[in-house]
Design a protein around this ligand. Structure first.
Ligand code: ADP
Length: 499
C-alpha cells in the first residue's frame, strides 16, 4: 500500500526509471520483514512443535540483526526519496548492492546454524538471486549468483572438512549427512543448477522487461515531444485566432461607428430633402396659382379701365369674364386637388363591388376616350364584395383612365382588367400609349410631378391616388415601356376590409 502511494509520488518527482528503482528498494525492505517473520515462525515451529534440536539463539540474533539493518535501510530509502532527481539511480543501486550482499551473508550464517546442507531451506539462496536480477544487470546477477554458490559451497565444504562446527538438525536429519559426499555433492549440484537456472530465467525475463520499459520510455518521450509540439502549434494558432478576433472586433467597432455616422448623415440628408421638397412644393403651388391669378388680374384691370373710359362693350366684357372664369375654375380645381392631397381624409367604407366603381369611372371618362379615338376593352371577372370608399376609389380609377387616355393622343387601346385571387382584388389599367421613362417612373408618385405643362397638368393625380390606395391597405404599381405603353396595377385586400 505504502509502495503504491510512493509510486504515485515518485511519478510526479522522478523520472519513471528512478521511480521504479525506489519502488523496488521499498519492496526489498517489505520482503525482508516477511522473511524475518518467516524465519522466526519457522524456528519456533521447528523447535517447539517438531522438537528439532538446533541452536535457536544465534538464529534469533541473526533475525535481530536483520531487523536492525532493515530499519536502517528503511530510513535510508526515505532519505533517498527526498533527494533531487538525477542522483537517485546511482545511490539506489549502491544501496541495493549492500542489501543483497548483507542478505547473502546473513542467509549463509543462518544456514550454518540450522544444519547447513541438511537444511531444506538452503534452496532459499535462490531468493537473493531472483531479487538481484530485478535490480542488477545480467552480468551482475551472474556474479552475485556465483558469489552465493561460492559462499554455500565454502560453508558446506568447511563443515564437510570439519574445519568449522556443524550444527545438526537433531531429530530431523542424519547427523553424518553433511559428511556424505554422495549427498553433499548432488545437493550442491542441485543448488547450483537451481541458482543458475533461476538466474537465467529471471534475468532473461527482467532483461526483456527492462528492454520494454526502455522502449516505453522512448515512446513516451517521443509522444511527449509530439504532444508538446502540437500544443505549441495549437497555442500559436489560438494566439493568431485571438489576434484575428481582436482585429475583427476592432473592425466591427469601426464599422458600427461608420454606420452610426452614416445614419446620422442620412437623417440630415432626409431632413434637407424634406425641406427641399417643401420649398419646391411651395414654389410649384405659388407658380401654379400665380399664373391664373395674373390672368384674372389683367382681364379685371382691362375691364375696369374700359368701364372707366366708357369704352365698355358687352361682347368684350363677356370675353374677359369668360377668361377670368377659366382661370378661376383652374385655380379652384388646383386648390381642390391640393385639399384632397393635404386633407388625407379617412375613407368611408361601404360594401361595394370594384367592378361597379370601374364602370362608374369609365362613364366619366368615356367621352374623352371617344374624342381621342381610344378603344376601351373591359375584362372584368366576378369579384367578391369588399369594404371600401366608393368615391375615393372612383377618384383613383378616373385618374388612371384619364392618364391612360392622355398618354394616347393619336388613339390606342385602353384595357381594364379585374381579377381576384382570394387575398386581393387586382385592377389593371393598361394602355398602348407613349410609355414612361425609367427616370420619370421614379418620380411618378411625387406631388406636382407632371409632364403636362402645356395642358395644365397639376401633377397631383397619382400622388393623391397613391395616398387613397394606401389608406385602403392596398398598393399601386406601374410597369411601362417607352413607345409601347404602361400598365398600372392596383391591389386591394379582400379580407382586411371585407369585415
Ligand atoms: P398629371 O396627370 O396632372 O400630370 P399625375 O400625377 O396624374 O399628374 O401624373 C403624373 C405624370 O405621370 C404625368 O404627367 C405623366 O407624365 C405620367 N403618367 C401618368 N400616367 C401615365 C400613363 N398612363 N402613360 C404615360 N405617362 C403617364
Amino acid at each position: 500500500m505504502d509502495s503504491d502511494s510512493s509510486i504515485g509520488t515518485y511519478r510526479s518527482r522522478y523520472t519513471p526509471e528512478e521511480g521504479a528503482l525506489l519502488t523496488r528498494l521499498r519492496i526489498f525492505i517489505v520482503m525482508r520483514w516477511i522473511a524475518i517473520a518467516g524465519v522466526v515462525i519457522a524456528t519456533l515451529v521447528a523447535s517447539k512443535v517438531f522438537h528439532i534440536g538446533f541452536p535457536t539463539v544465534p538464529v534469533y540474533i541473526i533475525c535481530g540483526f536483520m531487523l536492525a539493518y532493515n530499519l536502517v535501510f528503511l530510513f535510508q530509502s526515505k532519505g533517498l526519496e527526498k533527494q533531487q532527481s538525477g542522483t537517485v539511480i546511482r545511490r539506489a543501486r549502491i544501496n541495493a548492492n549492500i542489501h543483497l550482499v548483507l542478505d547473502l551473508v546473513m542467509l549463509s550464517v543462518l544456514i550454518h546454524f540450522t544444519g547447513g546442507i541438511e537444511n531444506p531451506f538452503i534452496v532459499y539462496f535462490a531468493f537473493p538471486t531472483i531479487v538481484t536480477s530485478i535490480v542488477l544487470s545480467r552480468k551482475g546477477t551472474y556474479v552475485l549468483t556465483t558469489c552465493a554458490l561460492a559462499m554455500v559451497s565454502l560453508l558446506v565444504g568447511l563443515e564437510y572438512a570439519g574445519w568449522i562446527p556443524h550444527y545438526n538438525l537433531q531429530g530431523f536429519a542424519d547427523p553424518t549427512l553433511h559428511q556424505k559426499g554422495t549427498y553433499v555433492l548432488p545437493g550442491l549440484a542441485a543448488l547450483a543448477t537451481l541458482l543458475y537456472g533461476a538466474t537465467y530465467i529471471t534475468s532473461t525475463i527482467s532483461g526483456e522487461l527492462k528492454k520494454r520499459q526502455r522502449q516505453v520510455l522512448i515512446l513516451s518521450a517521443q509522444l511527449l515531444k509530439k504532444k508538446t509540439a502540437e500544443l505549441e502549434k495549437a497555442s500559436k494558432e489560438a494566439a493568431r485566432e485571438r489576434e484575428m478576433q481582436d482585429k475583427l472586433s476592432a473592425a466591427y467597432k469601426d464599422l458600427s461607428e461608420s454606420l452610426k455616422q452614416l445614419k446620422e448623415s442620412q437623417e440630415h440628408l432626409i431632413q434637407a430633402e424634406k425641406l427641399t421638397s417643401l420649398g419646391q412644393m411651395a414654389a410649384s403651388i405659388a407658380h401654379e396659382i400665380n399664373n391664373p391669378l395674373s390672368g384674372v388680374l389683367t382681364y379685371t384691370k382691362l375691364l375696369i379701365k374700359q368701364i372707366d373710359d366708357n369704352r365698355y362693350s358687352k361682347e368684350n366684357a363677356l370675353v374677359y369674364l369668360g377668361k377670368i372664369e377659366q382661370a378661376v375654375t383652374y385655380s379652384s380645381k388646383l386648390v381642390g386637388n391640393l385639399l384632397d392631397f393635404s386633407r388625407q381624409s379617412p375613407p368611408k367604407f361601404w360594401e361595394l363591388n370594384v367592378n361597379e366603381v370601374v364602370e362608374r369611372s369609365l362613364d366619366l371618362t368615356i367621352h374623352s376616350a371617344e374624342l381621342q379615338h381610344v378603344k376601351i376593352t373591359k375584362e372584368l371577372a366576378a369579384l367578391p364584395i369588399i369594404m371600401a370608399d366608393f368615391d375615393q376609389l372612383q377618384q383613383v380609377f378616373t385618374n388612371l383612365f384619364m392618364n391612360a387616355i392622355q398618354a394616347m393622343p393619336n388613339g390606342g387601346e385602353l384595357t381594364i382588367r379585374t381579377s381576384a385571387d382570394g387575398d386581393h382584388i387586382k385592377t389593371e389599367v393598361q394602355d398602348t400609349g407613349v410609355g414612361i421613362s425609367a427616370e420619370n417612373i421614379r418620380n411618378l408618385f411625387t406631388p406636382f410631378f407632371t409632364t403636362k405643362k402645356e395642358t395644365k397638368g397639376v401633377g397631383l393625380g397619382l400622388a393623391v391616388s397613391h395616398g387613397i390606395v394606401q389608406r385602403h391597405n392596398g398598393s399601386i404599381d406601374v410597369k411601362s415601356e417607352v413607345g409601347k405603353g404602361s400598365t398600372f396595377t392596383v391591389l386591394l385586400p379582400v379580407k382586411a376590409l371585407s369585415g
